[in-house]
Design a protein around this ligand. Structure first.
Ligand code: FDP
Length: 287
């Protein structure tokens, strides 16, 4: 590739950013349940299916894209090229549609065919549909935050890092299903007067709070679900790549999420991300 050649990574990021306003607008009238399940056995919202189709069409037609895969479809779309491979959660936290709370779109751009380990990511990021629409994007070890308006994108912060003093925590899964060692760790985090609870039920909203204020988010292994809930390709890897690029850590309980070898496109992974010190303590607690 020469300097003047189109860069498929840039094109994928720009296409997702440009599509965000349309996705946000398209949620109106699509908040109901569809009569279908995703490959993880969850009932899909009409908006999940619609956003997936919109992104599948746009991303798989970009020059250089070899595959499009999504949490909302069982099969990978073969897009014909071989430079980058795109994994998307079109609407993360879509259960929040009913109550009109925050949700997001998550993407990972890999340089290996899917399913791929997080070490094959070359960029990742998320769109957050909050009071305004924002994007956080990691590439080449650096994180940039944008505000999105219509089809446009304005940089609001470059070289974003997690604040040194962690402030917020949010932990998913039903508390009675947490393992005892994880529960004991949570009690320690809660009892620190410097910490406060922030949990909104959409991973991307909760992780964005950690990126903004410092802290920890986890959707851990559960007694009735040993690999937790979140999907490695579509959620775990992209989030881990971005939080690590922002100077934080990710862990599946014992190692960086980026080191987890996938066995299936829809694998789940226990996810813990946040300030290094808190993830180090978590791994020690789960030993
Ligand atoms: P959702 O099912 O609404 O799409 O993986 C998806 C996710 O939301 C995350 O965004 C969120 O953190 C988690 O599931 C919440 O799940 P539960 O409410 O089932 O615990």
């Amino acid at each position: 590739m020469t300097a003047s050649d189109p860069d498929p990574v840039d094109d994928v990021v720009a296409t997702i950013a440009r599509s965000a306003a349309e996705i946000r607008q398209g949620l109106v009238g699509r908040r109901g349940k569809a009569d279908e399940e995703n490959p993880s056995g969850e009932t899909q919202a009409e908006a999940d299916i619609w956003a997936d189709e919109l992104l599948a069409d746009r991303l798989s037609s970009i020059d250089g894209v070899g595959q499009y895969a999504s949490e909302e479809r069982s099969e990978i779309i073969d897009a014909g090229d071989d430079q980058v491979y795109v994994a998307v959660d079109p609407l993360d936290g879509s259960s929040n549609l009913k109550s009109n709370n925050t949700m997001g779109t998550v993407f990972g751009i890999y340089d290996e065919p899917l399913p791929a380990p997080g070490s094959a990511l070359v960029a990742s990021g998320w769109i957050l549909y909050g009071p305004i629409t924002t994007m956080a994007c990691a590439r080449d070890g650096s994180v940039t935050k944008y505000e999105l308006t219509g089809g446009g994108r304005t940089v609001v912060e470059e070289d974003v890092t997690l604040p040194d003093d962690p402030l917020v925590y949010g932990f998913g899964g039903r508390v009675p299903h947490w393992h005892d060692d994880f529960r004991a760790y949570v009690r320690e985090i809660e009892s620190d007067p410097g910490h406060k609870l922030r949990y909104g039920g959409a991973m991307i909203g909760d992780v964005n709070q950690v990126l903004t204020y410092g802290g920890i988010f986890a959707y851990p292994a559960l007694e009735d679900s040993p690999r937790g809930k979140l999907r490695l390709q579509f959620e775990g890897n992209p989030i881990a790549y971005l939080i690590e690029a922002a100077g934080g850590r990710s862990s599946d309980g014992t190692q960086s999420i980026l080191e987890v070898e996938p066995t299936d496109l829809h694998d789940r992974v226990p996810l813990h991300v946040g300030n290094t010190e808190l993830i180090d303590r978590l791994e020690a607690a789960l030993e």
